[in-house]
Design a protein around this ligand. Structure first.
Ligand SMILES: [Zn+2]
Length: 317
């Protein structure tokens, strides 16, 4: 079965299937937000007016503006609530700056130890998909998808399948920048975070190769090289958690008051209420910054310290 977000194209269930992997089925998609004024994938014929920019001075990423399409960020997470806790401030900030934001979450979080009123894993998954949708709305995320891989078991899933799923999303959305966890698993060291990093990193590298998952290259879908890949990282470790060795900080994003937005988004995940005080205190104690590690780029060279995820990208891209 094949599926594509309605905003990304018209191909409906019944698409590509191979002996090696299966593209995401419709059932695994919980949210696909309607969105205003986005050119179709591969179409850069939009205009500033259609993007709602009033004048030259207000155009975010002016270097992209004459390219006539919006800059795009794809964020790959493991659980509903990661989008808020690990990336929320930056996602909202770049939404405000005019970027189109897409989050792919690999599991519905059905194995969570905090379960709210859910009596079964199935109920918890359904609740957490709704919480994810509410969080995405607060963060200004334009598209959000929760896939149906097994929570807590990402180290056991078929690598070829999940990487293929991610590559399909990359080739359709065609991001400029990708975000995910580092292979250490973020400050919590969660194995699902580690595996999300592994899958997203391989997908980042292979999405641009025509000899990888070549059976996806149909109906106008082409290989896509994303310009930069970042891992969320930090300048601290959490007490009482598995030891982690965080990727060095290359990029500091000032999120300002969006630190509050990030907390508000996290607190839409009401099944996780027992950890709200801890998460709130942790976020507030770290201040209005989020840290990233530039893990890969299409421009080889030394990493310079950055304050913008789009540094170095230009209209010719
Ligand atoms: Zn998580």
């Amino acid at each position: 079965m094949g599926w594509r977000c309605p905003r990304l194209g018209e191909r409906q269930p019944g698409g590509v299937e191979t002996s090696n992997f299966q593209i995401s089925e419709p059932v695994i998609v919980s949210v696909c937000f309607p969105f205003v004024a986005t050119p179709p994938v591969g179409d850069i014929s939009g205009s500033r007016a259609s993007l709602g920019w009033a004048d030259e001075a207000s155009v975010p990423y002016a270097n992209f503006a004459y390219n006539l399409r919006m800059p795009r960020i794809l964020c790959v997470t493991a659980h509903p609530d990661d989008e808020a806790a690990a990336f929320g401030g930056s996602l909202r900030l770049y939404h405000e700056r005019g970027a189109e934001i897409y989050v792919v979450c690999l599991t519905a979080g059905q194995a969570g130890s905090h379960r709210g009123l859910a009596k079964t894993d199935h109920e918890l998954a359904a609740i957490r998909r709704k919480e994810f949708a509410a969080s995405c709305e607060i963060l200004g995320i334009d598209r959000g998808v929760v896939l149906d891989y097994a929570d807590g078991q990402l180290h056991r899933v078929d690598l070829y399948k999940v990487v293929g799923d991610l590559i399909q999303h990359i080739r359709e959305f065609r991001p400029d920048v990708m975000l995910t966890f580092g292979p250490e698993g973020g400050v919590t060291g969660h194995t699902d975070h580690s595996m999300a990093s592994v899958f997203a990193t391989i997908a980042y590298q292979w999405a641009g190769r025509e000899n990888r998952y070549a059976d996806q290259l149909l109906d106008g879908v082409t290989a896509h090289r994303t310009r930069k890949l970042y891992y969320a990282t930090g300048n601290f470790v959490l007490a009482g958690r598995p030891p982690v060795s965080p990727p060095p900080i290359t990029t500091v994003i000032e999120i300002g008051d969006f630190v509050k937005t990030k907390i508000a988004a996290f607190e839409t995940h009401t099944t996780q209420a027992p950890v709200f005080p801890l998460v709130r205190d942790t976020i507030l104690s770290r201040g209005p910054e989020e840290y990233f590690h530039l893990a890969a780029t299409t421009e080889p060279g030394s990493a310079a310290r950055e304050t913008d995820l789009f540094t170095g990208l230009s209209a010719k891209d």
